[in-house]
Design a protein around this ligand. Structure first.
Ligand SMILES: NCCCN[C@H]1CC[C@H](N)CC1
Length: 292
């Protein structure tokens, strides 16, 4: 018997609900941090939900994972050391691994149950953990970044859930300060940055904090993800003081490494045109987050 999952009145999107037809519940348990739910849906393949919030579906995860990984990595000449914060489903690791210049990938995910559930139900994402360059740290990214060596990383990707629950502190200035310290001069941060339709106050706050913290450039980009509330998700791209980074025109275009990855997986969403187009912003957003 199929039912539908409705998420009402989450503080992140009060007054609206989003429903997906459920074919079968595959996994549902409470971890130390959140409720982890996996179900087979009628229209989007398998779906991963944390505390009632859709994290990814098999059908449209490519948009988010490819954009959050390649927007930063295609903006710098030859990324070598990369850190992924969150991302316990492995999808971002799968995308970072496409870059042959990358030599070392650290990932810090707080909830082991997310990793285990992904390995069992989302093998085409968890494949990212198999790359020999990947070093998994299960723990709090706040502590991990405090201990990170200064200037170690060329790129840091914050693939977090919403700032309600375990990811709450990941949008605060002290955390961004530790990120800036862990990046090399001219290093880049790509941070999940919510929806331009729902969260312009939060985006404004994040951009203001990033402008204080990252003395290179700060940009906002976005992509279409149909199963996220309002159907879009944003990314904040920052660079530290040093060699300037022009985020809008990729100097390390993905077409250079075009073709399938070692598992035969082709890109499904990202390309250099989508990269540049992602930084074109609607007028209301430019006005509201002073990006005019
Ligand atoms: N690693 C999968 C995506 C995690 N990030 C998402 C950003 C938007 C949120 N509403 C849900 C999680």
């Amino acid at each position: 018997k199929s039912s539908k999952i409705q998420y009402f009145n989450n503080p992140m999107w009060p007054g609206e609900a989003h429903s997906i037809k459920v074919e079968e519940i595959l996994f549902k348990e409470k971890s130390e941090y959140q409720e982890v739910l996996v179900f087979e849906s009628a229209a989007y393949g398998k779906v991963l939900v944390l505390d009632g919030i859709v994290q990814l579906t098999e059908k449209d995860e490519c948009a988010y994972q490819e954009m959050i990984a390649h927007l930063p990595l295609c903006s710098i000449e030859s990324p070598k050391n990369v850190l992924v914060v969150g991302g316990g489903d492995g999808g971002v690791l799968r995308e970072v691994s496409r870059h042959s210049s990358v030599e070392h990938i650290d990932i810090c995910e707080i909830d082991k149950m997310v990793i285990d559930a992904s390995r069992k139900y989302f093998p085409e994402l968890a494949v990212g953990f198999e790359d020999p360059r990947v070093h998994l740290h299960v723990g709090d990214a706040i502590d991990f970044l405090k201990r990170a060596p200064e200037g170690k990383y060329d790129a840091i990707i914050v693939d977090s859930s919403d700032p309600v629950g375990p990811a709450q502190e990941l949008v605060e200035k002290p955390f961004f300060d530790t990120i800036a310290k862990a990046l090399r001069p001219g290093g880049v941060l790509c941070n999940m940055a919510e929806s331009m339709w729902l969260h312009t106050h939060l985006i404004q706050d994040m951009i203001s904090v990033c402008r204080e913290t990252f003395k290179g450039s700060v940009h906002y980009a976005w992509a279409s993800v149909p199963t996220y509330p309002s159907g879009v998700i944003g990314f904040i791209l920052c660079s530290t003081e040093g060699p300037p980074v022009d985020f809008v025109k990729p100097i390390n275009p993905i077409e250079k490494i075009q073709g399938a990855d070692k598992h035969g997986r082709e890109l499904r969403f990202y390309n250099s045109q989508m990269h540049s187009a992602a930084f074109a912003l609607p007028t209301f957003l430019k006005r509201e987050v002073s990006l005019l």
